[in-house]
Design a protein around this ligand. Sequence first.
Ligand SMILES: Nc1nc2c(ncn2[C@@H]2O[C@H](COP(=O)(O)OP(=O)(O)OP(=O)(O)O)[C@@H](O)[C@H]2O)c(=O)[nH]1
Ligand SMILES: [Mg+2]
Length: 344
Amino acid sequence: MLVRRSLDLNSLASQISGDTVLEGVEPWASRVRALSKALSLLENDPWLATRFLQHPALAKLSTNARVVGLTGLPGAGKSTLTNLIVGRLRKLGKSVAVLAVDPSSTDTGGAVLGDRIRMQDHFCDPQVYIRSMGSRGALGGVSRATRGAIRLIGLLGYDYILVETVGIGQSESEIVSIADTTTLVLMPNSGDDIQLMKAGVLQMADVYVVNKCDLSNPQRMLSELRANSEARGRGNEWTPPVLATSAAEQQGLDEFVDALQKHAEYEHDHPEGRAIKRKRVQTEIATNLLFILEREVQKMVAQVPDAEVNAVQAGQLPAMVVANRLFTEAFAMVQQGKIEKNST
Ligand SMILES: Nc1nc2c(ncn2[C@@H]2O[C@H](COP(=O)(O)OP(=O)(O)OP(=O)(O)O)[C@@H](O)[C@H]2O)c(=O)[nH]1
Ligand SMILES: [Mg+2]
């Protein structure tokens, strides 16, 4: 299905942020520019993002975009593969958004230059949207901004959202809780480097891809991954496929797209898959709740009397006692209805 919605993001963004809007631009370009603008708002100010996504005009809409995460070793070919997968999905008539997430980047403009070049095949396609996210708006982290971006892009009706996470670190384990399908992209000689990866994504990916198979023999890497995958699949309905690809020679791409579609079917049709999806949704609710709580906690801590802080500092009072008092008081206020409904 093609992008079907043209939300008035321009006026929404201006309503919420009070900013000026872009006028008189060609319709789809306007939508893309408005989306880019809205995503910058989300990235820079997570509280604004929360209000934005709760806005009645957006909250009542639904999305069924399929979110595919591509993570893995630096230089493994994630962007090149993403570009090719976009092409395949477009041939199937799907609209696609690509988010390149680079937590180490403070400047999203620069971060994407390379990715943009690798994805230039799709520059002029109105059914493809490419965007990068850096670590700006550190409050709540890049994963928070990414979740917001996914929601917003999904609301516009994109069928697929491909999320490339760059580098090794927290983002690669977070992607597992964000994406519907997480793909781990490795290379034939990645053996030693995988030891450095967090166990999380290595053990939790839904699809494994060994790319650059044109450069060296992938057999050893493939059989190690397959042994790992079969062990994980034992007794389960989904055994993560281990695929050999060459982005350079365009090999293995049909199998890749096929694996993504099969995994979507598994999550949609099979009770086990649905249970996994449900767990991810619960994690998302918890993540949002923690975000709200964090701000409340900061407000509460700022109000602790000096005398009490001094006593903790002097070792005369355990911090846990103060924390417990604050919690009990806050809980009582909630029960008495004295805490206002969260206005974010
Ligand atoms: N020979 C060969 N080269 C490839 C293949 N896939 C990607 N490359 C090249 O490898 C280099 C890195 O590819 P990228 O797609 O940028 O890799 P990446 O994983 O996105 O890299 P980062 O985002 O920097 O982590 C580029 O020069 C690509 O042209 C492949 O299958 N075979
Ligand atoms: Mg890349």
